[in-house]
Design a protein around this ligand. Structure first.
Ligand SMILES: [Zn+2]
Ligand SMILES: [Zn+2]
Length: 249
């Protein structure tokens, strides 16, 4: 077993969370077909495949992978899933990074390296191959407000700031919001838990991230499933309120 194992848990029928201690991705089942929300890191692959087969599926059953934003810990297996037949989607603002045409800056990371928690987190990701996330060969676009025609039919909520193309994905019927890194419940610098925005090294525009919380709150989702941290069951509005308070303190 890996140092940072990936575990599958059922959030509700047809919605599964693929979680390590530090990052999450998700799986939607609909009529025997699958959509994957984000794509973990490359070293998650064997545990992901095992989890899929435990549910009675193979990668060929995955119709689509929706990538909330271009960071490599959210796209690690995207190209591999595309090669096995899935369509990949992202917001066009993040597409050049995913296609390997643009590189993100690592400059901001240095000033966080004195946080031991952050160092462990980065080492865990590196050990699972985050630095080997391959560029993707083909991408379709996510558009703000669109109901994406893939299994589970999530609605796109563009929430820029963490990256320009950051999107949350909303399941209206079950009132679940997959918030990516637009709102998380785990602080990757110190390990503190609870709803918050990411202000650390990887956020492009923290002020815009705070403004985008309005778009998340407008869904009035009951359950929030973030890219990092535990699910939040007390509604997006309370999560946004707490995140705003934390961001202004
Ligand atoms: Zn991110
Ligand atoms: Zn992330």
């Amino acid at each position: 077993m890996s140092v940072t194992p990936l575990r599958l848990t059922r959030v509700r029928p047809g919605v599964h969370r693929l979680a390590t201690r530090y990052w999450n991705w998700y799986l939607l089942e609909d009529g025997g077909r699958l959509t994957v929300l984000d794509a973990g890191v490359p070293g998650d692959w064997s545990e992901f495949s095992a989890a899929l087969s435990g549910l009675g599926y193979t990668p060929a059953d995955i119709d689509a992978v929706l990538i909330t934003h271009h960071h490599p810990d959210h796209a690690g297996n995207a190209e591999r899933l595309r090669a096995s037949g899935a369509r990949l989607f992202s917001h066009p603002a993040d597409a050049p990074y995913l296609r390997g045409e643009r590189r993100m800056s690592n400059r901001g990371v240095v000033k966080y390296l004195w946080h031991p928690w952050y160092v462990v987190y980065m080492l865990r990701q590196l050990a699972k191959g985050v630095g080997r996330t391959p560029a993707v060969a083909r991408l379709d676009e996510l558009t703000d407000g669109e109901l994406v025609d893939v299994p589970g039919a999530p609605r796109v909520v563009h929430a820029p700031g963490h990256t320009a193309g950051s999107c949350a994905l909303f399941l209206e019927d079950s009132s679940m919001l997959f918030s990516g890194d637009a709102l998380v419940t785990l602080d990757m610098t110190r390990g503190r838990t609870g709803p918050q925005i990411i202000r650390g090294a990887w956020t492009e525009d923290a002020e815009l991230t705070v403004q985008s919380l309005d778009a998340l709150a407008a869904t009035n989702a009951q359950t929030v499933l973030p890219g990092h941290g535990e699910p939040w069951q007390q509604g997006i509005r309370s999560a946004v309120e707490i995140a705003r308070r934390a961001a202004s303190s």
